[in-house]
Design a protein around this ligand. Sequence first.
Ligand code: PAF
Length: 281
Amino acid sequence: MDFITSPPAIAEWTAQARSTGASIGFVPTMGALHEGHLDLVHRANAACDRVVCSIFVNPLQFNNPEDLRLYPRQLDKDVELLRAAGCNALFAPGKEAIFSEFTPRTYDLGGLDDHWEGPSRPGHFQGVVNVVERLFHYVRPDRAFFGEKDRQQLTILRHIAREQRWPEAIIPCATVRSEDGLALSSRNARLDPTERDQATILYKALAVTAKEAFRSTVEATRQAALAKIAEEPAVTVDYFGIADIDTLVPLADWGTRSTAVALIAAQVGPVRLIDNITLLR
Ligand code: PAF
């Protein structure tokens, strides 16, 4: 695996690969890799000739400086994990390399940030879109792989890719969970064993929602999920809601739709966790 820190060097690496007719799969990350990231690498490997992964802890998407400071960093371990997963190149630029000659712009997110993470994390999605655009600009992948765990991020990136006519295909990938249902997240590393156990209530609540959905009313389904979360008083809910799967607008009723999504964010010990589940009629 090649280790590359300079934007022109990764642009040259991918141009060289493309010149041989190879397709490029891209997995952008902020490091502290876990099985969820490695699953994205495996999917990229299965679909493309070469796999590029990036590790860049993007300051633009952290609205809380303490969260940025404490975000787990483990570059040496990540390099080993990526090597073993069959990644061909790791792009790990420093801040200066990304932000010199680049002024972030404001994108029209089409109202997709009006709910859920948007109000809780002002500027977060603008930061994500700006950095993903930069990474795509250098890597120029054919396909880029993103986890459904960050459902709103995925929805917003697909919207921007369509609106801005980005040539890259955005490939959604199912959330990877541990056996007890907890969605894998780099932030889980900051939970102690008791908190790690308490955190499973997020998935339990989503599972209740998936079972009740389309049988009871939206409000009754929501209440059933909230009652489940209340079984774990140490966990503080930031939001729990049921939304249209495309627009992410909260639902008052199911209407004629056959799918929807339930989204949750909650504070568990020192960490704010998010998760979501697709609801099927
Ligand atoms: O999902 C992430 O890890 C980040 O938001 C991303 C897409 C790498 C952009 O910094």
